[in-house]
Design a protein around this ligand. Structure first.
Ligand code: ATP
Ligand code: MG
Length: 183
């Protein structure tokens, strides 16, 4: 499974509609400072509900909506990720599927919506689908700036062991074991 395409509408520095294609295997994104490379990663975290706004480098979710000093801020931002699923790693009987998230700003606050193949879905449903393909908010699918030095230099051996258990998929069973022992 891999990301085939991302579509940004009014997300961070991507005003209007921008489509970015991706390919199987290794992809590097290059560009001048401030050109929006990290904003693409923020788009992945945002769409898949993998983190809070702080890790996406925004004080509040509505800061993720495109804003230039010149024009009125749009009232929504949306990012759509198309996954290639020809290997059927995700439990979807199709060669591709789409996950999308939209935030909408209104006078009374903001609203967040998730979609699976264009239909409204809950964050839990999105997470359940992704976890079958090994993508979880606790996982290390996205390695952020500073994570490596945190892991190699600042963590205790026990904390480091926890990460290895998480990646190897052992911790899921540890949690289940603890739960059943408690019952
Ligand atoms: P570097 O090479 O320095 O890491 P980068 O390519 O990763 O740069 P990003 O951090 O992705 O760059 O992009 C930062 C740019 O995004 C800044 O110019 C910032 O003004 C812009 N930006 C962030 N949020 C918004 C927003 N809501 N509306 C418009 N522009 C935004
Ligand atoms: Mg960057």
């Amino acid at each position: 499974m891999f990301i085939k395409e991302m579509e940004f509408v009014n997300f961070k520095s991507f005003g209007k509609r921008v489509k970015i294609p991706f390919y199987e295997g290794f992809t590097a994104i290059s560009g001048p400072n401030g050109s929006g490379k990290s904003n693409i990663i923020d788009g992945i975290l945002f769409t898949l509900g993998l983190s809070g706004s702080k890790t996406m480098r925004a004080e509040k979710l509505t800061d993720l909506i495109f804003n230039d000093a010149k024009s009125k801020q749009p009232e929504f931002a949306q990012v759509t990720i198309t996954f290639d699923n020809t290997d059927r790693k995700a439990p979807v009987e199709a060669d591709e599927f789409e996950i999308s998230r939209k935030i909408k700003q209104t006078k009374s606050g903001y609203y967040s919506y998730y979609y699976f193949n264009g239909k409204a879905a809950s964050l839990t449903e999105v997470h359940e689908l992704l976890s079958k393909a090994g993508i979880t908010p606790e996982g290390y699918n996205v390695v952020m700036q500073g994570d490596i030095s945190q892991i190699t230099a600042k963590m205790s051996p026990t904390e480091r062991r926890k990460i290895i258990d998480e990646i190897a998929g052992v911790s899921e069973f540890d949690e289940k074991k603890q739960k059943s022992l408690a019952e």
